[in-house]
Design a binder for this molecule. Structure first.
Ligand code: SAH
Ligand code: SF4
Ligand code: F3S
Length: 466
């Protein structure tokens, strides 16, 4: 059951709100701030919280570093290249700080939550004023006020997983929004840093989630993506079983919300009830992200995933039986320490059987403190690189052939923007979250359009408005 102290008390939130007002009257106007996000949707959502707080303090958001008076990096720790990108970008801020000593630079998020990283920033990146971890994000106003007032460096990576409701969020006014339904992870997959930097699983209360989505719907949001590291265990800490399917049904009843997506769904916890709810409810996109990681039973066991390829493929079969048009996507790790050539062949064979619309593939990256970081590598870097290339080849063929199935269909597309490559084209997404480009008027941005798909490529679909 949830610890009582998981939810931050309203008085504490009020205190932070008081500090927001204090900064507003003493410091922030007229000044600029920017939050740069590295990492997953959960981080994007957290950045929106920091932006929301900054905006209420009176800061204007900018996307130009040169203009900013406050720069916050919200970081990711999932793979070594995520770390490298942040350190590279932090180095580049040094000259900005030299030119404008009043600039405040902060680093937060999953990477900052790790002690060895906080230490390294402290000793090697002296131009960073503020480091704060994921568990104290809600105390950002207090930290910023402290730095503004005392001009001393502040590092706080204390605390454990909490839920803080009632602080401002910058919903950027688009038709799509992310809504976190839970935080943290209990699964300790042997390769993964997330449980160490995000704490234990904790679910937001249903009423808080539903009222946030109702608010968003009134604000013009049409599509919500419900987020959690494993949405299938939503509500377990509140003493409820299979609560995510019920939550989805309730979100479907909210007027104005027309499309619902969710991620991620751990195969060990997915229920038939969830698949049936997806099949029954028109508003839930027939699109499922079901991370496989590996197709080898031995590697899956070493990864501590708690399912095997048989169980995984039976879920895929059930999903297809209930939703013949379902679009499937997955995550694959290549080069897990114990992965041999044969194990990798097993992954390819699942790809061919499950037939994913697309995959997110990663080369294994050793993370400090995880179980897998203690395992010996059985393959060389060259072997792993070659596997990675083969994986993409196999998948590209599958993606292309599955994209062909859209040709001739009339599909509903939520229009996002003008295409980056062609001014005359609009770009949006169909139910499967695939990019659809078509000629149309800018006034369609943020709205749904019916588009006849005329041509498929590996990564995009092209069509004509009907
Ligand atoms: N909670 C989600 C995953 C979040 S991380 C889930 O379980 O589905 C997103 C993806 O990053 C994972 O699915 C995995 O494929 C990949 N990943 C995580 N740790 C990694 C590591 N150490 N090296 C390479 N890829 C990793
Ligand atoms: Fe990481 Fe596994 Fe948790 Fe996903 S379920 S966040 S891969 S530990
Ligand atoms: Fe997301 Fe990266 Fe943290 S993937 S949860 S931002 S480690």
């Amino acid at each position: 059951m949830a610890e009582k102290n998981v939810y931050i008390a309203p008085e504490e939130i009020e205190r932070e709100r008081g500090i927001i007002n204090l900064i507003k009257s003493n410091y922030a106007t007229p000044k600029f701030a920017m939050v740069e996000t590295f990492g997953c949707q959960q981080n994007v959502n957290d950045s929106q919280r920091i932006e929301g707080m900054l905006m209420e303090m009176g800061y204007t958001l900018t996307d130009k570093r040169e203009e900013a008076d406050v720069i916050i990096f919200n970081t990711c720790a999932i793979r070594e290249n995520a770390h490298a990108r942040v350190f590279g970008n932090l180095g580049a801020l040094k000259h900005l700080k030299a030119k404008k000593p009043s600039l405040i630079i902060g680093v937060c998020g999953c990477m900052a939550q790790q002690e060895h990283i906080a230490k390294r920033i402290k000793s090697k990146y002296k131009h960073v004023d503020l480091v704060f971890g994921t568990h104290v994000l809600w105390r950002f106003p207090e930290f910023l006020a402290d730095v503004l007032q005392h001009r001393e460096r502040l590092i706080d990576i204390s605390g454990e997983g909490v839920i803080a409701e009632g602080l401002p969020v910058n919903y950027d006014g688009g038709a799509k929004a992310f809504v976190s339904v839970m935080y943290g992870c209990n699964n300790f997959c042997s390769y993964c840093i997330v449980p160490y930097v995000r704490g234990r699983e904790r679910s937001r209360k249903e009423e808080d989630i539903l009222s946030e989505i109702s608010f968003l719907a009134k604000d013009g949001v049409k599509e919500v993506m419900l987020l959690g590291q494993n949405v299938n265990s939503y509500g377990k800490d509140l003493g409820k079983e299979d609560a995510f399917a019920d939550l989805l049904s309730k979100v479907c009843r909210i007027d104005g919300i027309e499309r619902i997506r969710f991620m991620s769904s751990h195969p060990k916890d997915i229920s038939t009830k969830l698949l049936e709810t997806m099949a029954r409810e028109d508003k839930i996109c027939k699109s499922l992200h079901l991370p496989l990681q590996s197709g080898s039973d031995k590697v899956l066991s070493d990864m501590n995933r708690h399912y095997d390829r048989g169980k995984y493929l039976s879920i895929v079969e059930k999903a297809r039986e209930l939703m013949p048009d379902i679009s499937l996507t997955t995550d694959i790790i290549v080069g897990f320490p114990t992965e041999t050539e044969e194990d990798f062949e097993d992954t390819l064979s699942v790809l061919r059987e499950a037939r994913y619309d697309s995959i997110f593939s990663f080369i294994y990256s050793s993370r400090v403190g995880t179980k897998a970081s203690q395992m010996e590598n059985v393959s060389t870097e060259e072997e792993i690189d070659a596997r990675f290339r083969r994986l993409l080849e196999v998948q590209n063929d599958i993606s292309y052939s599955l994209n062909l199935r859209h040709e001739g269909n009339i599909e509903r597309v939520l229009v996002e923007s003008v295409s980056k490559t062609d001014e005359a084209m609009l770009t949006g997404r169909n139910y499967a979250n695939k990019i659809v480009n078509f000629k149309g008027d800018r006034s369609l941005i943020g709205k749904f359009a019916d588009v006849k798909i005329t041509k498929a490529q590996t990564w995009v679909l092209f069509g004509e408005q009907v």
